[in-house]
Ligand binder design. Structure first.
Ligand SMILES: *Cc1c(COP(=O)(O)O)cnc(C)c1O
Length: 231
């Protein structure tokens, strides 16, 4: 098999996505050079799981970001947020995709109030109802959204889910479907101060199924950058 370059992979995947789908490059463990190449090849949003890694990368890329990217790069938090990291999170990120409790939402809201920011957030759903996973329980979603929507410095803009991991991505469809159903239900509920625009689901092995089931944000790492070396 001929090895494609990062640039070729970014262009190929971007080119294959329907135009309404936002590609978030899941950039954990990647070097600054890789992130720069991805952005130069058309990536407009990067996703980070950890505050510290994102902070270091933003620092490294600061000068370059100012010079190179005519349209500012969007930084998404896609990993679980701890309350004691809320302050740095609201400074670093343009969107937090992983709000899953009122407590964490309140912490983000308070920190945003301190700096006069309104943070776009997605509510993360534990669509597989897995006991060891993050995300709000599907059955509590609507009441959770109603409570978080009251917070003045947060704007709910959609839903995110990981779903259980399968070797065969076809098996992920029921979890994507459930999340889409909840998304549609929330659109109908028309909760004040919410704007249900983004449905973030699907990763390297499942993004095609996710898009077929209604995703308009996909978070892709391995298929763009190659296998991770997670030692
Ligand atoms: C790492 C990660 C991804 C991307 O995973 P790949 O399988 O490498 O595409 C997507 N979403 C989240 C939350 C992640 O942590």
């Amino acid at each position: 098999m001929k090895k494609e370059s990062l640039e070729q992979r970014v262009r190929a995947i971007k080119g294959s996505l329907p135009p309404h789908v936002l590609l978030v490059a899941a950039a954990k463990t990647r070097s600054a050079a890789e992130v720069q190449t991805a952005v130069a090849s058309g990536i407009v949003a990067v996703g980070y799981n950890y505050i510290q890694e994102a902070e270091a990368m933003r620092q490294t890329l600061k000068e370059w970001e100012m010079q190179e990217t005519s349209r500012r790069l969007q930084w998404h938090l896609i990993g679980h947020l701890q309350r004691n990291k809320a302050k740095r999170a609201v400074e670093l990120f343009d969107m937090i995709e992983t709000i899953d409790s009122l407590r964490i939402a309140e912490a983000v809201d308070r920190r945003c109030a301190d700096i006069g920011k309104v943070m776009p957030v997605l509510i993360e759903i534990n669509s597989g109802r897995e006991s060891n996973k993050t995300g709000a329980p599907p059955d509590e979603l609507i009441s959770l959204v109603r409570q978080i929507a009251e917070l003045k410095h947060i704007e709910i803009q959609g839903l995110m889910t990981m779903g259980p991991r399968f070797g065969d991505p076809e098996e992920a469809r029921p979890y994507f479907r459930l999340t889409k159903k909840l998304f549609d239900q929330l659109i109908k509920e028309n909760v004040p101060h919410t704007e249900m625009r983004f449905l973030s689901m699907g990763m390297s092995n499942s993004y095609e199924q996710a898009i077929e089931e209604g995703a308009n944000v996909v978070r892709i790492g391995t298929r763009l950058f190659g296998a991770r070396n997670e030692a």
